[in-house]
Design a protein around this ligand. Structure first.
Ligand SMILES: [Zn+2]
Length: 179
């Protein structure tokens, strides 16, 4: 039961890892942004852009009519980006530093100030992919041992006792039925 749950979680991790990879590729051409704006001009924002996932706030200065400062309530946008910098990096003159696994992007211009935590897609992929990779590698190793006539669990040579491992008690699939 637990084994099955672990396998499912591992598979989910792999799927999320691949999905992040797809979003990574996509983030170099498109902004995808979801925002919740409050009446005081502050907005909580999530977006991904130029290889990074951003979570944070943007606060519109009083009197600003800048279209990038969020409107009240929920809003979501998806539009093309042709700049070499991300949405807010360009606006506040930030140095990207995309090699950092976690960074804070903060600054302001005449219309608003921002504060974001930035996690690059590559780092998220690494986190999500490490477990499936280890499991996959182990599976290949077990497979190799099994093909070589050894116990899949402990690697003991099963030439003399193909039905059951004398070392750990593991019974290869079909082994005990045939013998
Ligand atoms: Zn064994």
């Amino acid at each position: 039961m637990f084994r099955r749950i672990r396998t499912l979680l591992c598979l989910l991790s792999l799927i999320l890892c691949l999905a992040t990879g797809w979003f990574w590729w996509r983030s170099y051409g498109w902004y995808t942004i979801v925002t919740y704006g409050k009446s005081n001009g502050e907005a909580v924002t999530f977006f991904h852009d130029m290889g990074g996932l951003y979570v944070g706030t943007q606060t519109k200065f009083r009197g600003s009519t800048h279209n990038r400062a969020a409107v009240e309530g929920w809003s979501a946008h998806n539009f093309r980006n042709d700049l070499p910098l991300s949405f807010f990096e360009a606006d506040v003159d930030a140095v990207p530093q995309r090699w950092k696994p976690v960074r804070v992007l903060s600054g302001f211009n005449t219309d608003y100030k921002i504060w974001f935590i930035v996690v690059p897609h590559w780092f998220l992929m690494l986190l999500l992919g490490i477990w499936p990779a280890i499991r996959g590698w182990r599976w290949i190793c077990r497979r190799k041992r099994f093909d070589a006539g050894c116990c899949r669990v402990c690697g003991y040579d099963l030439c003399a006792t193909p039905g059951r491992c004398p070392e750990c008690g593991h019974t290869p699939a079909g082994g005990s039925i045939q013998s």
